[in-house]
Design a protein around this ligand. Structure first.
Ligand SMILES: [Fe+2]
Length: 239
């Protein structure tokens, strides 16, 4: 696999492509288009899909801008229209209402379902619906790795108190879906502010404060309330 992680102020995004057919995917692009174009050109890649793992509230997606130039399709999970509807009612939330509105106007060519696969040459990316951070949150599993968006971060989970968030949904996504996946999967999240590059699911099951203790939904809800600082203009990011 041809693979590159991009880190813009803690916003993580990825380019992954088949080493044989040079067909690839871009996941959660943000901030600047040039670094992606440069890498794609250097590696002579043919990008087929530009995916957002969810409707972001901390940055503007660059998916359509990249897709237009690269001749790719933009992809999100089928719940995105629901998430965008929820976002329409957000009028004043520390400025993220502007980001929500701008991202809601972004073109989505393909809405995928649970279990759908995006194929790029010999690579397959399988969608797993993991609501909790937003209604349209999903993870993508590809061979030895999982792109967890803002569902599972390194050391914790994404915050659940943003529009479309739900600690009940997050509890089910973590314990009902991710916990049963292989420990060997390499975890690539959409945000990290500690300089981490990746982790493993096995490591997170032991060390991640949101995963390493079995809690009821009610206990988990209380735990998250104490884990995340109250929302304010300075911390509308993932975790
Ligand atoms: Fe997010």
């Amino acid at each position: 696999m041809i693979f590159r992680q991009f880190n813009f102020d803690g916003c993580l995004s990825y380019v992954a492509a088949c080493s044989n057919e040079l067909a690839g995917i871009i996941i959660d692009p943000s901030h600047e288009t040039e670094p992606y174009f440069r890498f794609v050109k250097e590696e002579k890649l043919k990008i087929l899909y530009v995916v957002d793992t969810h409707t972001h509230v901390d940055h503007i997606s660059l998916a359509p801008e990249l897709a237009d130039v690269l001749g790719a399709k933009t992809v999100m999970y089928k719940n995105t229209p629901i998430q965008r509807k929820i976002g329409e009612d957000i009028k004043d939330l520390f400025g993220i209402e502007k980001i929500i509105a701008e991202n809601a106007a972004k073109r989505v060519d393909i809405l995928i379902n649970e279990g759908d696969e995006l194929k790029t040459g010999g690579l397959v990316f399988r969608a797993v619906s993991t609501p909790g951070h937003t209604r349209d949150s999903m993870c993508l599993i590809s061979h030895d790795r999982i792109f967890t968006g803002d569902t599972l971060l390194i050391g914790q989970c994404g915050r659940t108190d943003l529009p479309g968030g739900s600690s009940k949904h997050m509890h089910n996504s973590l314990f009902g879906k991710l916990m049963s996946l292989s420990n060997d999967l390499i975890v690539y999240p959409a945000h990290d502010y500690q300089g981490n590059i990746n982790s493993s699911l096995g490591y997170e099951k032991i060390h991640n404060v949101c995963l390493n203790t079995k809690r009821t939904v009610e206990e988990f809800d209380k735990f998250l309330l104490n884990l995340f600082p109250p929302l304010d203009a300075g911390n509308c990011n993932a975790g």
